[in-house]
Design a binder for this molecule. Structure first.
Ligand code: UDP
Length: 334
């Protein structure tokens, strides 16, 4: 936690700052006394989610445009990189686009940083880099064997960052997010993907009468209720982890790779039950075949983030996740 830490007017570049997690990071930077500079191409982010600092429309695939944008902000030391393609299913069908946006985009970004004073990177990685394993909770040293193109691109970027650290002295904190969820408590920003593929927003939309009957992908898993288990972490806690990383840089941290999760596994049916309880709405669902690529269970060993970054989730109890997500979806409908 970083209650007394202040960014003292510091400019921080947030690449992908118009997206779901990025906009929460920007809000957290602003509320910690900093100035978030959003770089985003708005391919999946939203201009209306950029509320706490300047916006520069730039695409990470456009190397020269990115170089110019960085040169315009050449005094900035700290960069948060969240811009990437994230829809796992699309990655399997369009790997060329995924590698170009994620891997080439990250390479362009690292090269642009080398031309300025930016020598601290906070990179948003994912638990999808670990791949198939039964070893839960997942520790950071678990072998990395991602099976989705999405996970492969994120792991390739992690390797690239490590090489840049070795050769050019880049300082970095890689945050391996588990399941980002929930929304800003003040209802200003939330999860707005199109198309939406994630469990919680789909289930809330279905409870709110989207006309779409909820499908639960796989009810025959080897878990207590037969459905998959995930580690849901509130997006405000994820945003806080970025501030904790900046503070750790200030205190001398050079490199870290940490899981950002709660350490608690929750099943898909437990999510639906909580949504029913919080919203007091019926939530009809039907069992559907397993979704390709889904692991049975995934939850973090969260101790490294606590010891290295002093990060501890405090918004991630399931009711709060569902309540804030529901509040956001309701406000969008009105
Ligand atoms: N899921 C589901 N129905 C949906 C969307 C997701 O049953 O309409 C399941 C999915 O198969 C997985 C869990 O919900 O077991 C979490 O999926 P999500 O896409 O939200 O996140 P992921 O863990 O894949 O990053």
């Amino acid at each position: 936690m970083s209650a007394n830490f202040t960014l003292n007017g510091r400019d921080i570049i947030v690449v992908g700052g118009a997206g779901y997690i990025g906009s929460h990071v920007c809000k957290m930077i602003a509320s910690t006394g900093g100035n978030p500079i959003t770089f985003d191409n708005l391919s999946s982010g939203h201009a209306h989610a950029v509320k706490w600092g300047p916006f520069i429309k730039v695409d990470v695939r456009d190397r020269s445009a990115l170089d110019i944008a960085f040169t315009d902000w050449e005094h900035v030391q700290t960069v948060v990189h969240l811009a990437s393609s994230i829809e796992v299913g699309i990655g399997e069908k369009q790997p060329a686009e995924f590698y170009e946006n994620n891997v080439t985009g990250a390479l362009n970004l690292l090269n642009a940083m080398r031309k300025t004073k930016a020598d601290q990177l906070i990179f948003s990685s994912t638990c999808a880099i670990y791949g198939e394993t039964e070893n839960m909770p997942l520790v950071e040293s678990e072998p990395k064997n991602p099976f989705s193109t999405y996970g492969k691109t994120k792991l390739a970027i992690e390797h690239m960052i490590q090489s840049f650290q070795n050769a050019y002295g880049l300082n970095y904190v890689t945050l391996r997010y588990f399941n980002a969820s929930g929304a800003d408590a003040e209802g200003e920003i939330g999860e707005e993907h199109d198309p939406e593929t994630h469990l919680i927003p789909i289930a809330i939309q279905s409870a709110m009468g989207s006309g779409r009957k909820m499908k639960i992908f796989g009810t025959d898993y080897d878990t207590p209720d037969g459905t998959c288990i995930r580690d849901y972490i509130h997006v405000t806690d994820i945003a806080r982890a970025h501030i904790d990383a900046i503070r750790a840089f200030d205190q001398g941290l050079k490199t870290a790779e940490v899981n950002i999760g709660t350490g608690q596994g929750v099943s898909n049916l437990e999510i639906l039950e909580t949504i029913k309880r919080v919203t007091k709405l019926p939530l009809p669902y039907e069992p559907a075949p397993r979704r390709a690529g889904d692991l049975t269970r995934l939850y973090a060993d969260a101790r490294e983030a606590k010891s290295i970054l002093r990060f501890e989730p405090c918004h991630s109890d399931l009711e709060n996740i569902i309540r804030t997500a529901w509040q956001f979806h309701r406000s969008k409908k009105i």
